[in-house]
Design a protein around this ligand. Structure first.
Ligand code: C5P
Length: 232
């Protein structure tokens, strides 16, 4: 898969999501379905959006004992999504088992990427709450290397980290990057942001964009602007 813009569909209901997606009459955007929508509507919303022709990143961030994650991934694999994810903190063994669970009988599977450290975790909470005393960027790169060692396809990271992740894990290791804002746009609660064009220049493979598109007066135009800056 090449470079693409993934719209974070952070809606709480089927109705809100579908009326948003109905606006896109041309190219069907790649969409991210997160916990809020999935827990509200269940797997049917995934099947329905897939049937409408969208690629789907199912952002459920699994983290449990390896056997449980393996079995859960086998279930998600049947939903025929394009990208799934988990927490790298679950260990290399958990990631390996997840990959096994995700792989279908015919050898095909969705891409599997890892969350390293959430951007809501800062150095202070890393040390105080998690008792991890290494610097944040070392932790992120170590978790990225663990994900690569487990055979995963890439990680979710800040666009600011994408270049370094590629240096350490290779150009083919995917970087999926939220925290994207237009140069003239509202940053909101995101702390470390980059424009679509800058994310492209630094080598992000996919950008995940939520409110700059979902909250725009003209979401289709905002999506088009992202695609023009990032993909073209
Ligand atoms: O609206 P906004 O563009 O900030 O949305 C970004 C999306 O990416 C949200 O769904 C958010 O949960 C997700 N995300 C993030 N930062 C991370 C991981 C995921 O913003 N580190």
């Amino acid at each position: 898969m090449g470079k693409d813009v993934i719209i974070a569909c952070d809606f709480s209901s089927r109705e809100a999501t579908l009326s948003f997606l109905d606006k896109f009459q041309g190219k069907k955007p790649f969409v991210k379905i997160g916990m809020e929508l999935y827990f509200a509507e269940g797997p049917d919303i995934v099947r329905e959006i897939k049937a409408r022709g969208h690629k789907i990143f199912l952002d459920l961030k699994l983290h449990d004992i390896p056997n449980t994650v393996k079995k859960a991934m086998a279930v998600l694999s049947n939903l025929d999504v394009d990208i799934c994810n988990l927490h790298a903190a679950g260990t290399v063994n958990m990631m390996e088992q997840a990959l096994e669970g995700l792989t279908r009988a015919d050898g095909t599977r969705p891409l599997l990427i890892a969350v390293t450290q959430l951007t809501s975790t800062d150095q202070e909470s890393l040390e105080r709450d998690l008792m991890i005393h290494a610097p944040m960027d070392e932790v992120v790169m170590h978790y990225a290397q663990n994900a690569k060692r487990a055979g995963l396809d890439g990680i979710v990271c800040s666009p600011l980290e994408a270049g370094k992740v590629h240096d350490i894990c290779g150009r083919d290791f995917l970087t999926v990057t939220p925290g994207v804002r237009f140069a003239d746009g509202d940053v909101g609660d995101q702390k470390r942001v980059m424009t679509p064009a800058a994310a492209k220049a630094i080598g992000s493979d996919y950008i995940v964009v939520g409110r700059p598109i979902t909250g725009a007066a003209d979401p289709v135009a905002a999506y088009g602007r992202c695609v023009a800056e990032f993909c073209d």
